[in-house]
Design a protein around this ligand. Sequence first.
Ligand SMILES: *Cc1c(COP(=O)(O)O)cnc(C)c1O
Length: 370
Amino acid sequence: MDLHDQYGLTRVVNARGPFTPLGVSRTDPEVAAATAEALGGFFVMDELQALASRELAAATGAEAGTVVHCTASAITLAVAASMAGESPERVAALPDTAGMPARAVLPAGHAVDYGQPIVQAVRLSGATAVLAGSGTECTAEDLARALDHPGTACLLLVSSRLTRGAVPFADAVAAAHRLGVPVVVDGAAQVLRVRELLATGADLVLVSGQKYLGAPTAGLVLGRAGLIAAVRAQEKGIGRGMKATKEAILGVLAALRLSREGSADDPGAWRKQAERVARFAQRAAELPGIEAAAAPDPTGLPFPRVGLRVDASRAGMDAKALAAALRSGSPQIWVIDQDADRGRLLLELVPLTDAEVELVLARLALLIAG
Ligand SMILES: *Cc1c(COP(=O)(O)O)cnc(C)c1O
């Protein structure tokens, strides 16, 4: 009897990608075993963090790294670190920012909502979020004007398919550095592109341990040693409630080892993923009113998703109704429906078993024919 049976829990097929309300991702049994073993022991936490720093540096090319509770907390702590440094007085004072630089500048189109407005994760540190530009537009002049202020603590950029408008990262980093302002990049779902994000010159890059690394819930903070030390200093301040557990740190280390041994950086694995998407699209396109094709990731992740275009007059329902119908069956099937109003659904197949892929195709056929 599994946990779903034991507690009568809803069964879910997650074709929505690493989505927090569905439990994000699947952890490999090897990583789960390391996590479980960690729970049974005592460790010197500073030693675990020092080890994590070395392993994260080796895996990503960053100078140093640390593990915090999750990416949302990493955002709060990275901003806090840029305001307080390693000063014990400042660490103790936050979120009271009197006497500290306390403006965190973001391009307006980077003020995303990942289930929480990112500006709130900024404000939790005590900082004020200052939006540069407006709507989707943030020109180089907008950014320079917002940064050029003695109270600016950091520039925060977001690498995500949720952002609007194009801000060239390397230019933005250079503009901040000309004024001596450190740059933090939130790349929560971008662990597969972490070297690229570090290569922009950003001082701290934040990625999720659970989204595409398959570790237990963890936020990975990578970058310059001084700022990493300042993030760790927050453990004695507002970071107390955002700390990494022993099982999360050892789970991250196991997941890093596993990714080094194969899967994540292996172009062969991603080619198989692309083939799987192509096969799915070919079969889905046989259904009346459904156009299907591989949709590349807009941020440059190395795998496509299945894009479905739904013609309501032939399919018998529109994209919104189809997403709702998929979700109301058993097991529930969740897809990316943010563009459903424009007749478009996306399915991410990465964590699905072959049996789950078949189940999704069968359900689609049943709903469209019925
Ligand atoms: C998911 C996400 C977060 C939050 O990550 P958690 O691990 O849930 O804390 C932050 N920023 C972006 C862009 C995200 O996609």
